[in-house]
Design a protein around this ligand. Structure first.
Ligand code: PLP
Length: 304
């Protein structure tokens, strides 16, 4: 099935979007990207792109770290996203993947004197995980790349080899996914999502300087929790603390808010979705679908 994508300034058929096998980004993983969701609200007959501005700001930050020049402003990325969804006539939940990449054809990993390209495509996208059934996670034997190796703060495609090893080994060992520790043994996040905990009614998560991708979903949940009167604590988390939290959930654009049932075969709470997780999950889904007036400014409507 063909669809319309945006590549280097043009809306084209996805079958015609090609790159050379000599492309720097393909050879060295030198591209930065975003994962954005747009949700369809049947009642409003509207597609809402969730927190696009924040995603594009992060894209620009990732690009800066990797010496990629952005050809567009945040506003231009936003209008292209809306146009792309309109051109594909979507009336269902979709995932948007904007990517800035090193387009030069060269056998040298250096980033100086190289050219940059841009594309964005969309795919229909439902739930990544079962939203009700909790995940059984393990702690990965792999470590997250540190800020001084490949900074997790930047969404760099090459760094996802790390996520791929973590996720694949977790599956091969019979788990749904894995939590990954930093080089110094502290909790960072999941393979490709952030992680949050509830203990004594407080929301606990890692700090922005703990070798994580600072998730747009993470920041959203922190705001929602504070508005619900839940105290939020961002701090270092030890591995053994994972086993004794009252509730746990993973969060991200893909993962949304998915409860965690067990970690390394230790049951979390009663093994089912915790009360506060359920409360946050419900509010989150109302918010992303543009149902909550207070947060409507996070949802960009596509259709006039
Ligand atoms: C490594 C990693 N951490 C965290 C997240 C969550 O980020 P966001 O909520 O911005 O999607 C993602 C992407 O979903 C990710 O790939």
């Amino acid at each position: 099935m063909s669809d319309i994508i945006f590549m280097n300034g043009k809306y084209i058929d996805s079958n015609k979007a090609t790159v050379s096998i000599k492309t720097h980004a393909l050879l060295y993983g030198t591209s930065v990207f975003e994962g954005i969701r747009a949700y369809y609200n049947e009642e409003h007959e509207q597609m809402y792109v969730f927190r696009a501005k924040e995603h594009y700001q992060r894209l620009l930050n990732s690009a800066k770290i990797l010496h990629i020049k952005s050809p567009y402003s945040i506003d231009e990325y936003m209008s292209q996203t809306i146009e792309l969804i309109k051109k594909n006539k979507y009336k269902k939940d979709v995932y948007i993947r904007p990517t800035l990449y090193k387009s030069t054809q060269t056998i040298c990993p250096g980033l100086n004197n190289t050219e940059d390209g841009y594309f964005a495509f969309t795919i229909p996208f439902g739930d990544y995980y079962d939203m009700q059934k909790g995940l059984n996670l393990c702690v990965s034997s792999w470590r997250r790349t540190s800020d001084n190796a490949i900074p997790p703060r930047a969404k760099i495609a090459g760094a996802y080899a790390n996520a791929a090893l973590i996720n694949t080994d977790a599956h091969n060992f019979g788990f749904d996914d894995a939590i990954v520790l930093s080089e110094n043994g502290q909790v960072t996040e999941g393979s490709a999502m952030n992680i949050m905990f509830i203990q004594s009614g407080k929301l606990i998560t890692t700090k922005t300087t703990d070798d994580i991708l600072v998730g747009v979903t993470r920041n959203t949940i922190i705001d929602l929790a504070k508005d619900l009167g839940i105290e939020v604590i961002e701090r270092d988390i030890d591995r053994s603390e994972l086993y004794i939290m009252d509730e746990a959930f993973v969060c991200g654009t893909g993962a949304q808010i998915t409860p965690v049932s067990s970690i390394d075969k230790r049951q979390i709470g009663n093994g089912e979705m915790g009360k506060i997780t359920a409360q946050l999950q419900k509010l989150y889904f109302d918010v992303v679908k543009g149902k909550v007036t207070k947060y409507k400014n996070w949802c960009v409507g596509v259709y006039d």
